[in-house]
Design a protein around this ligand. Sequence first.
Ligand SMILES: [Zn+2]
Length: 301
Amino acid sequence: MNFNVATLPANISANEDWAAATSDMAVVLDGATVRTDTGCTHGPAWYARKLGGAIIGGAGDQSRELADILADAIAEVADMHRSTCDLTHPGTPSAALAIVRVEDDQVRYAVLGDVTIVAEVDGDVRTVSDQRISLTATAERKLADQHPIGSPEKSKAMIAMKHAELAARNVEGGYWIAAADPSAARHAITGSWPAASVRDFAVLTDGAARCVDTFKSLTWPGLLGALRTTGPQFILDYVRQIERHDDRGLRFPRNKASDDATIVYATPARSEPAPVNSLHGSCASSRTTSRRSSSPSLPGG
Ligand SMILES: [Zn+2]
């Protein structure tokens, strides 16, 4: 596979998103924002990085199910800080994630939490996303959406929302996410597509997917089309541009003006190498036509 990875932190704070691609796999994590005590000295960026590394380490074995690999990775990271941190704390670090593994004849995926996979399969654009968290703390979320970003009322409402979310985390009837309990992996949304039917796919954290599901500036097919021509960094810049025009969330109510945002875009490797002549041609033209790209602008933006 060819993978193109782009990630942008929301601001000067540590990026709590984490992404990696190997020859046959993409792994994307979004460490959950901390708004309460956690019982952990490490934090969500550490958690996402360690969990991502453990998933990559285990997922290379294609005979194993992705949910089993995820369960083992959650247990492995729990063991890394069990002696220093209180893993029974309701605010213990957690992360939403998606794993996509390209096997000989299947593209296999697992999603836990609100990371989105969008793929063109047999000419149709399909999305896989776990939005169970948005069905929790609905009253608190609605109240938080009524206040502008940066106001004391918003901050207070967001803390109330976080407490309500945490009460529904990794319990029956609530939502499931990678934290300290490996059994959450059983609740991942899993599936596969025949590899030959997949034209391309992208994996997005919610900070990037907001260009479709919050701002509605692009459709999912439009996003995939834009990724083919511009690449993921351009889309992230485009998201930031929209956010700057609505930095208090008055037009598009949301928790944060900007969120950490990550996109991995994947296309199957070409089965035949490009002719050497065409390579010479593109090198020559790049020397003569190289220029800075202009500001992001897409139809409908
Ligand atoms: Zn810890």
